[in-house]
Design a protein around this ligand. Structure first.
Ligand code: NAD
Ligand code: MG
Ligand code: MG
Length: 331
């Protein structure tokens, strides 16, 4: 079952250009949405906590900045871009009291709506515009003339125009240049969590760590192991990204390609695929969300322990040393 994808020709920019937009939060996604929308001719204000360190940064970038409740009050489209675990409290205190019938409430990830941590009133539109990429790339690609694809969704269509608003918003952040996919909150929430857990972040990082450890335990120098299974990963992924797996295979040697077919399924084997299925099930039945929220409510105890352990790994120490020699990567 294919997903519908729309492009620049299918979108009416005037919808988003005629709205007053509040971007709540100025982090990874917040700065990208705010600046791209402003450059797309939209009326943007950024809503921040009083005394926020981002306040001056957003103003220096030429944006209007005000408090979160004032931004929500002025706007008729409110995009919530604070961390997922902070959204319910921010919504209750600053957004909900300032929502009017006919407003649009927007998200870049479906977590709080899908799992029911935020329940908006019935008379507002609830939409999502989720860029399928990190915020800094959303901004960088926009300024370069391309754009990160967006997944847009409608949870609640009070006005009857929620899809047109979502398409127009996604155009404003640059998504129409590469493609705006039309999906559901459930699809976005579940596939996004699965992707980051099983493949993009969890799977990829663990694969690299395991490969590095295997080489180092086999007596190979850490620096050599780092260049092999960490640094070179980007070159291989770039080839896949630009031209497909077949082209990547064409670019590597026949020896490497033979090894790919032979060894890949031994590493990512039936057991790994069963583990992926289990991870997807725990996302679908809400167990992952519950566990994550519990850790957030416990001051991120588990998360912070894992973060510290990661910083201390040999692969991280080796990488830090090696990358500090790259004059081209300094900034
Ligand atoms: P972030 O952590 O980069 O930024 C959060 C912003 O909110 C910061 O400006 C921070 O100062 C502010 N903030 C933090 N706590 C706050 C509080 N208690 N009250 C008010 N403001 C507070 O967040 P992000 O990664 O940009 O994520 C925002 C949303 O975008 C999330 O729903 C996330 O799932 C989604 N998303 C993120 C990415 C990404 O590239 N990071 C990609 C797709 C979707
Ligand atoms: Mg994602
Ligand atoms: Mg995510």
């Amino acid at each position: 079952m294919a997903i519908e994808i729309v492009y620049e020709k299918d979108v009416d920019p005037s919808i988003i250009q005629s709205k007053k937009i509040a971007i709540i939060g100025y982090g990874s996604q917040g700065h990208a949405h705010a600046l791209n929308l402003k450059d797309s001719g939209c009326d943007v204000r950024v809503g921040l906590r009083e005394g926020s360190s981002s306040w001056a940064k957003a103003e220096e970038a030429g944006l209007k900045v005000t408090t979160m409740d004032q931004a929500a009050k002025e706007a008729d489209l409110i995009m919530i871009l604070v961390p997922d675990e902070k959204q319910p409290a921010v919504y209750e205190e600053f957004i909900a009291p300032n929502l009017n019938a006919g407003d649009t409430l927007a998200f870049a990830h479906g977590f709080n709506i899908h799992y029911g941590y935020i329940v908006p009133p019935a008379d507002v539109d609830v939409i999502m515009c989720a860029p399928k990429g990190p915020g800094h790339i959303v901004r960088r690609q926009f300024t370069e003339g391309s754009g990160v694809p967006d997944l847009i969704c409608v949870h609640q269509d009070a006005s009857g125009h929620a899809w047109d608003t979502a398409k127009s918003y996604a155009w404003g952040v640059g998504g129409a240049r590469t493609g705006i996919m039309l999906g559901t909150f459930a699809q976005e929430t579940e596939e996004d969590l699965f992707g980051e857990q099983a493949v993009l972040c969890g799977g990829c990082v663990e694969l690299v760590k395991a490969g590095f450890d295997t080489l180092v335990e086999g007596g190979y120098p850490p620096e050599l192991a780092y260049f092999e299974v960490y640094h070179e990963l980007k070159m291989i992924v770039d080839l896949m990204y630009e031209s497909g797996i077949s082209f990547m295979n064409y670019s590597i040697s026949n020896t490497a390609e033979y090894g790919e077919y032979y060894a890949g399924p031994k590493v990512i084997n039936d057991e790994s695929r069963a583990a992926m299925k289990l991870i997807l099930e725990r996302i679908q039945n809400g167990e992952f969300a519950k566990e994550f929220v519990e850790d957030c409510n416990n001051d991120h105890k588990w998360l912070l322990e894992q973060r510290e352990a990661c910083d201390n790994l040999l692969i991280e120490q080796t990488g830090k040393k090696i990358r500090s020699m790259f004059t081209w990567i300094k900034k």
